[in-house]
Design a binder for this molecule. Sequence first.
Ligand SMILES: CC(C)(COP(=O)(O)OP(=O)(O)OC[C@H]1O[C@@H](n2cnc3c(N)ncnc32)[C@H](O)[C@@H]1OP(=O)(O)O)[C@@H](O)C(=O)NCCC(=O)NCCS
Length: 171
Amino acid sequence: MQILETKRLLLRHFHLLDASALRAIFADPEVMRFGDGVQTDAWIRGWLEQTLANYGHWGFGPYALVKKENSQIMGYCGLFYFPELAGQAEVEIGYRLARNQWGKGYASEAALAVRDYAFQTLSMSRLVAMIDPGNLASLAVAKKLGMVYEKEILLEGYDHPDHLYVLETPK
Ligand SMILES: CC(C)(COP(=O)(O)OP(=O)(O)OC[C@H]1O[C@@H](n2cnc3c(N)ncnc32)[C@H](O)[C@@H]1OP(=O)(O)O)[C@@H](O)C(=O)NCCC(=O)NCCS
């Protein structure tokens, strides 16, 4: 199901057949450097199954980024539900692209559309992003969205804190 369209991208629901396209993202150590590290095919399948379940359960999830020009999947951008993050439920806006697609403005283009979709269509009032302070590209995307630093947050299994960035609709 298509969710959004931007100038150069279509954002649609993932399906299980997208597993091989996701290897360029989840099996690349550079792409996974700020994250849980390189993942296996079995892990990718599990991620897709969970993603499909989340569309049904929460009404949102990560969306496949498809380049209009050639229908190629270049990564994901979307919304992740955390039932308990530092004491409260949060929705994270997240993005991850295959390395050969970096630096062309795709993450910003997709994330701006997902931010507006979250606030205007899904009626959310707050989005967060958990960013490793060394991940300057991710930080640049978050700042373009208008996100601001709130606090440090230590995630389970991590040896150093991420920075929590937030964006709230005016009350
Ligand atoms: C983060 C990521 C999605 C950015 O994707 P992208 O399509 O290259 O981003 P954009 O081209 O939209 O660039 C966004 C901004 O980041 C800046 N940027 C990109 N790489 C940068 C770097 N290494 N250092 C500093 N700034 C950088 C760009 O200059 C741009 O700002 P500008 O438009 O003002 O020039 C991509 O690097 C990625 O997939 N990284 C690995 C996964 C990841 O870390 N995801 C985020 C987890 S929190």
